[in-house]
Design a protein around this ligand. Structure first.
Ligand code: ZN
Length: 89
């Protein structure tokens, strides 16, 4: 077998499983919850598609709460959205 398995992750919003490099990682780290464009920060990660629709769904429906097992404050979602917008110019 020469085929190499790509690590798949599920998008929080659309529940599609994708190659994790095509998804955007959001990490709960010691310094808070942030978008992690490099995917290398330590902490618990969650993934969303790199598109505005999935990001907005995740923010609107507070989908990170379940992933991180906590109530993520609305202002944190606001920051994530800003970090996402900054990444996408
Ligand atoms: Zn998605």
């Amino acid at each position: 077998m020469t085929e190499r398995k790509v690590p798949l992750r599920q998008c929080l919003a659309c529940r599609e499983k994708k190659d994790k490099r095509t998804l955007l990682r959001i990490v709960r780290a010691e310094d808070g919850i942030h978008v992690d464009p490099t995917g290398r920060k330590n902490g618990r990660g969650a993934y969303v598609c790199r598109n505005i629709t999935c990001m907005e769904t995740a923010v609107k429906k507070h989908l990170l709460d379940k992933s991180f097992g906590m109530q993520v404050p609305p202002e944190t979602y606001g920051v994530l959205k800003e970090e996402f917008d900054a990444l996408n110019g």
